[in-house]
Design a protein around this ligand. Structure first.
Ligand code: HEC
Length: 193
């Protein structure tokens, strides 16, 4: 098998999947305008340890590193969610297709339902995902405060935080997700440096 193949025979599934996702992600970056001519900035893509294109925004790490200053509460998140998310995900995150809520206790069943509440190990990843990828079709249209708020609302819908919670760059990483301990590293996985 050629060494340039993304997935080699002896690689573990997880690593192979990760590499494939990275490859897709990087090619998406490129088609989004980060051509070979784009001068490289000092930004690092932490997972890769390589310089990122100058227009590449920072990535939020599980421990909260990379989170911007800001805050948002469940109540204001509900308003933003109704306006910008509910049409696709349902008013309570329940809509089939890409449900954001439910599925707890189904992961080891025949029909696992993976949602923020049942599957995602880190609340910080939710921030990261929303800020860069949602609302679908209008990505990056939300301010940090709006993202904190809508993150809070999605966590509230999943009964992970109470209704009176305000999230910010200091306390988001401390939110314990239900499936936090459901992942374990692949035996021979070497984190990228
Ligand atoms: C136009 C439809 C649309 C809108 C509006 C939208 N989403 Fe999404 N959302 C999607 C689709 C489609 C996916 C799946 C994307 C994928 O897998 O590549 C998704 C995926 C997600 C996921 C990941 C779910 C998972 O478990 O994989 C989250 C979290 C999410 N959206 C949150 C939001 C939030 C919060 C908003 C509002 C700020 C929002 N979305 C607005 C269509 C939408």
């Amino acid at each position: 098998m050629r060494s340039s193949d993304t997935c080699q025979k002896n690689q573990r599934k997880t690593r192979c999947l990760l590499l494939t996702l990275l490859a897709i992600f990087l090619s998406a970056l490129q088609s989004a305008g980060a051509s070979a001519e784009t001068p490289l900035g000092s930004h690092q893509i932490p997972a890769l340890g390589v310089a990122a294109p100058a227009n590449y925004e920072s990535v939020v790490m599980p421990d909260g590193k990379g989170l911007p200053k800001g805050s948002g509460d469940v109540d204001s998140g509900a308003t933003i969610y109704a306006r910008t998310c509910a049409s696709c995900h349902g008013s309570k995150g329940e809509k089939a297709g890409v449900p954001l809520v439910g599925g707890r206790g189904t992961l080891d069943s025949k029909n696992p339902i993976k949602t923020v509440g049942s599957y995602w190990p880190f609340a910080t990843t939710l921030y990261d995902y929303i800020t860069r990828a949602m609302p679908y079709g209008q990505e990056k249209s939300l301010t940090p405060n709006e993202v904190y708020a809508v993150t809070a609302y999605v966590l509230y819908l999943n009964e992970i935080i109470p209704e009176n919670t305000t999230l910010n760059q200091e306390n988001l990483a401390a939110v314990v997700m239900p499936n936090r301990r459901g992942f374990r590293p692949a035996k021979d996985f070497q984190p990228f440096r």
